[in-house]
Design a protein around this ligand. Structure first.
Ligand SMILES: Cc1ncc(COP(=O)(O)O)c(C=O)c1O
Length: 394
């Protein structure tokens, strides 16, 4: 079923204030999400934080079901944490790497992940290797296959990089990982909410994502999936009294479900908001969302390509809702600021987020315009006209 544009726009009050093409930064939430978050904060103020959490237990638990439905996994395989970075960290830092172990990743890997690879490599003597791209600019699955040997202990890949429209072939990577018996950690931070995600179909063993981006949830809430048979093999880098039970003066027991990767204190309103946001996305249908996002992004790429001096920089065989570009006549920083002055939200993507890919392409900064299903064709035309006007195309 196609998206009911009039309805989803009516559900999104932010659209009457801004032209929002920063959905890969943080998308505009539907009213139901804002109301759920504010409603819980109000209850905390009225009856007390602990009491409000107890009262909302059903809603809080529903968030796990929502994540499980979104990913096609079991609720016991889900941890809800502060953000995608912490979700990813809790899985990655749980691996006991040794000298000579190899970690394979891609060229467009996100900075926070890569910094963690480097830290762990320094600490343990493991090595991190970025597999080359194929002719489309996505990870080369053939090169990945060639790189596999007994020393490879983890494949960790970003599904949709922060700096462009590329969709990495996660399911093909999953097949390689499975055939070799190597754990596969997928960073789905930029794909959750804009593409269907099925951990069985993809074949990943761990997946991290955030609420505020394409899922349209609140900020500072994210989640981690860990495959059931891996949970008890991974000892979280941090434990607290929620993740484990203190069973004797010198003993503790770690939980057996994925909540061992959580900690006790959490943004309860955010957790409720995350569940409501996912339920809203599921109601629209992830296939319908993906189809509309990809159609809008293709239209936007066409509009931008038609503006003299503008270069669309997206790579990949399959492309998503993130559209990146540069303009000959104006540096990306200036352009993004000038657009913001016209209440047009985009973001800036720079070398510091994806150093390997940006350096290889001799790029330092690009403007990132990311569409969501609630954007209209008219908004895209208005955006392209404003851009042409700013860079003085007659
Ligand atoms: C690919 C990727 N991974 C992880 C993150 C981090 O997400 P969070 O800010 O929720 O920790 C981002 C944020 O932009 C991202 O683009």
């Amino acid at each position: 079923m196609a998206i009911d544009l009039a309805r989803v726009r009516a559900d999104t009050p932010g659209l009457s204030h801004v032209l929002h093409l920063n959905n890969a930064g943080a998308a505009l939430p539907p009213s139901v999400v804002t109301e759920a978050v504010i409603g819980h904060l109000r209850r905390e103020a009225e009856i007390g934080g602990y009491e409000a959490a107890e009262e909302a237990e059903g809603l809080l638990e529903r968030s796990y079901d929502a994540v499980a439905q979104l990913l096609n996994c079991h609720r016991e395989e889900v941890a809800v944490v502060e953000n995608a970075t912490r979700a990813w960290d809790m899985a990655f830092y749980a691996f006991p790497f040794r000298p000579g172990d190899r970690i394979l990743t891609g060229k467009a890997e996100y900075a926070s992940n890569y910094i963690s690879f480097l830290q762990v490599a320094r600490r343990t003597g493991a090595v991190v290797e970025a597999i080359e791209d194929d002719e489309y600019g996505q990870i080369s699955v053939a090169a990945l296959e060639r790189a596999i040997d007994k020393r490879v202990k983890l494949i960790a890949l970003t599904h949709v990089p922060t700096n462009g429209g590329l969709i990495n072939p996660a399911a093909e990577v999953g097949r390689v990982a499975k055939a070799a018996g190597i754990p596969f950690l997928l960073d789905a931070c930029q794909s959750a909410g804009q593409l269907p995600l099925d951990v069985e179909g993809i074949g990943c063993d761990m997946l991290s994502a955030t609420g505020r981006k394409f899922l349209r949830g609140p900020r500072a809430i994210g989640f981690l999936y860990v495959r059931r048979d891996l949970i008890e093999k991974l000892e979280p880098p941090f434990l607290d009294l929620h993740a484990a039970t203190w069973t004797g003066p010198d003993r503790y027991e770690i939980r057996r479900d994925a909540r061992r990767f959580e900690n006790w204190e959490v943004n309860f309103a955010g957790k409720i908001g995350l569940g409501v946001a996912i339920e809203y996305a599921l109601e629209q249908g992830l296939h319908a969302i993906a189809a509309r996002v990809q159609k809008l992004a293709a239209e936007l790429r066409e509009l931008l390509t038609a503006i003299p001096g503008v270069t669309v920089r997206d790579k990949g065989r399959d492309r998503c809702g993130i559209v990146t570009f540069t303009a000959e006549r104006m540096p990306a920083e200036e352009l993004q600021t000038a657009l913001a002055r016209r209440r047009i939200n985009t973001s800036l993507t720079t070398t510091s987020s994806t150093l390997l890919d940006m350096t290889e392409r001799h790029l330092t900064a690009m403007v990132r315009a990311s569409v969501h299903y609630y954007n209209s064709e008219e908004e895209l035309e208005r955006f392209a006209a404003a851009l042409a006007d700013l860079i003085c195309v007659p």
